[in-house]
Design a protein around this ligand. Structure first.
Ligand code: GAR
Length: 216
């Protein structure tokens, strides 16, 4: 089975709790995916330690070492090619990628975002959802397109906003759901259960996204 698994790279900038969820998923004997590389732009990212502990190869490509975005991305591309990577997972990777790089990974690159896209693209999603008095918030795994936090939606998890919530409490409950939907979405993509029609993801032939609640 090992050789049939899709070869995955995970790109992280920080703590890597989503990376850990992906590592745990890919450790399951029936996983269709295998993480062959964890790459960070930040040598101090705790995610690199998580990868090393799991025996996964790591690479650091520090954007500060490059004169521009495209040479930074060329260095990333060399690392991905050296490991024959087939699918890229962005997991808290906090660098904006150029359209050229993104299109090289068309329908083969996933991102997790802490909102119910298309609502609240960008940063400070929890603060903004609270400020707007939203009753519901959540997270999304999507295929990556050149525009920020854009692309066909695979799975969303909804989280009720509670009266006592502040941004940290809400973020913590959303993060629990991120750790559920990201492994599930990677499993679907790696198992070839995802197709794209126009800009709509189809999951096992049915229009996405799958919607999960925290009660699922
Ligand atoms: C996660 O909440 C992820 O959704 C968010 O960064 C955090 C990374 O946490 N990503 C974005 O905001 C991307 N737009 P982690 O390092 O513990 O996985």
């Amino acid at each position: 089975m090992t050789e049939e698994r899709r070869r995955i790279a995970v790109l992280v900038s920080g703590g890597g709790s989503n990376l850990q969820a992906l590592i745990d998923e890919c450790a399951k004997p029936d996983s269709p995916a295998r993480i062959v590389l964890v790459l960070s732009n930040n040598a101090d990212a705790f995610g690199l330690q998580r990868a090393a502990k799991a025996g996964i190869a790591t690479a650091v490509v520090n954007h500060r070492d490059f004169p521009d975005r495209s040479s930074f991305e060329q260095a990333i591309s060399r690392e991905l090619a050296a490991r024959d990577v087939e699918i890229v997972c962005l997991a808290g990777f906090m660098r904006v990628l150029t359209p050229g790089f993104v299109e090289n990974w068309h329908d083969r690159m996933l991102n997790i975002h802490p909102s119910l896209l298309p609502a609240y693209k960008g940063l400070h999603t929890h603060e903004r959802a609270l400020a707007d008095g939203m009753a519901e918030h959540g997270c999304t795994v999507h295929l990556v397109r050149p525009a920020l936090d854009d692309g066909p939606l695979l799975i969303q998890a909804k989280v009720p906003v509670l009266p006592e919530d502040d941004a940290d409490r809400l973020a913590a409950r959303v993060l629990v759901q991120e750790h559920r939907i990201y492994p599930a979405a990677l499993r679907l993509l790696a198992a070839d259960a995802v197709t794209v029609d126009g800009e709509q993801a189809l999951i096992n032939g049915r229009p996405g996204p799958l919607i999960w609640t925290d009660a699922d």
